[in-house]
Structures are given as C-alpha cells and as structure tokens.
Design a protein around this ligand. Structure first.
Ligand SMILES: [Zn+2]
Length: 273
C-alpha cells in the first residue's frame, strides 16, 4: 500500500534526535514519498538539503505568510536559484494567515502574488496555507485568497500554461465546501490532515465526504496536527496511515483505495516519477 505524505516538516529541530528512526517507521508504515515544505528562505534551504539525504524525500521552497516581513528584494532571486535543484517539486508553503498577527494582510498578499508569479515562471505547483482570523472556517482570508487564486488561474489559462492543469494544493484544508468547490474548479487539490480523525472532527469529516477522492492529498503536517490517538503529541509521517483510514471510513472504501488514489493525485500534481 503506497502512502504519500505531501506535507511534513521533517527538517525541524524536534526530529534532530531520531530523524532516521522516524523515516524507518514511515517506510514500515508503507510511506513511499514525503514532501518537505519550506517556511522561509533558510528553512527552504534546509528542506532541500534534507531531501538530498534520501531517495524518498523531496522539497518545496517558499516563504510562509507569517514570515512575510522577512522577505527582502533578493529573496525571490534566491528562491529562483534554489528551484533549479532536482529535488524541488513545488513552491510553498505560501499563502495568507490572518490568524496570527505577524505581518499586515496587504504585505502577505503582495508576497503571495510575487511567489505565485515565480511558480508560473518556473512551472512549479504551489502549496497554499491559509488560516482565518479566530480560526473560523470561512471569512476574509478565504475570500481574499480565492480572489488571488482566480486571477492567477485565469492568467495561467490565458498563457496556455500547462500549470493550469496542476496549479497546486490547499494545505490542511479546513474551509467551507463552497471554498473547496471553487478551488477544485481551478484545478486545486485539497490537503487532509490529522484533525479529520478527531472525535470532534465531524465538520471536517462531512466536508471530506463531499470531496471526490481524486482531489484529496494526505498530509501529516508533522510535527504538528497529530491524528487520533496521538493528538497533542509530536506527529510523524508514519501516522499518515491513520488519516487514510479515516478517509476510507468516511468514503466507505478501503484504506488501500485511499492510499492508491491519493498517491496518484500527488504524482499528478507534483510530477515526480
Ligand atoms: Zn506546514
């Protein structure tokens, strides 16, 4: 059963003492590929460096919206140079975060648009983070984001860019069904993380039930968002299976079917062998 964890911060310090064992457990659990997203230029460099260490690891590079204030004029050029590395499969994670007050919304939007333009130039799909003020499921953040995505998607189609067929993923999706449908119309995939397994995860489960399997990606977001029964503890890529189990339950199919479909989706989106 081939599982793919399309979002795992395996480069973070919390894995320094046992990273190899974590990888071994992932392999034991059937995980065949792990994508490590960047959060800043520095973290993008460490994601790529770590990806070099094992054939199953690949990287995304980009500046997270909470890091938008740290973007300098040279940052985009450095990301562009780093993108030539064969392990780099996407630009991310990028997006909007109105939950944490770390950068003004207007600056976040500017930095997002710059990185979307870079992704179009490099023909790399994007990994999008978005989070509402107060942790709500729908609001300004979703509507600002979808406006920007629609503009970008329209531009890609006008330029007949092949990226229009595989623009990216909305990471750890917790928005409304309406936002999910708008994203799918643009060709986006939706990332499903640990909270779908929680006993109070009913809203996310209902949402996932309404999404076709061919639009879903599995993401642990480790070390964050550990699924049940590891809630509150350090998450790791082996637990991606627990998310697949829950989706299988919600979709009345087998975990194998979920694993196969979501791994194919990831292959289609990130265009790896
Ligand atoms: Zn993340």
């Amino acid at each position: 059963m081939p599982l793919t964890d399309t979002h795992c911060h395996l480069d973070l310090d919390t894995f320094n003492s046992d990273r190899q064992a974590v990888l071994e457990r992932a392999i034991q659990a059937g995980v065949e590929r792990i994508l490590i997203p960047g959060l800043s230029l520095t973290s993008s460099l460490s994601a790529v460096k770590l990806a070099e260490s094992h054939p199953m690891l690949v990287a995304a590079i980009g500046v997270h919206p909470t890091e938008a204030s740290g973007v300098e004029p040279s940052t985009l050029n450095e990301l562009r140079a780093l993108s030539r590395h064969p392990k780099v499969k996407a630009i991310g994670e990028i997006g909007l975060d109105y939950y944490r007050d770390s950068a003004p919304c207007s600056l976040q939007q500017k930095v997002l648009k710059e990185q979307l333009a870079l992704a179009a130039e490099l023909q790399l799909p994007v990994v999008i983070h978005f989070r509402e003020k107060g942790g709500a499921s729908g609001g300004d953040c979703a509507s600002d984001l979808m406006k920007i995505m629609e503009e970008w998607g329209t531009g890609l189609r006008l330029e007949k860019s092949p990226l229009a067929e595989r623009p990216g993923v909305l990471h750890s999706f917790s928005g409304t069904l309406e936002t999910a449908r708008a994203a799918m119309r643009l060709g986006f995939y939706l990332g499903v993380t640990g909270p779908v397994t929680f006993e109070n995860g009913r809203r996310r489960q209902d949402l996932i039930a309404a999404l076709p399997l061919d639009r879903i990606l599995l993401e642990t977001d480790a070390p964050f968002q550990a699924p049940h029964p590891h809630r509150g503890k350090r998450n790791e890529p082996a637990y991606v299976r627990l998310i697949a189990d829950k989706i299988a339950l919600v979709h009345s199919c087998t975990t194998d079917q979920v694993a196969a479909a979501t791994s194919q989706n990831a292959q289609r989106l990130f265009a790896w062998e």
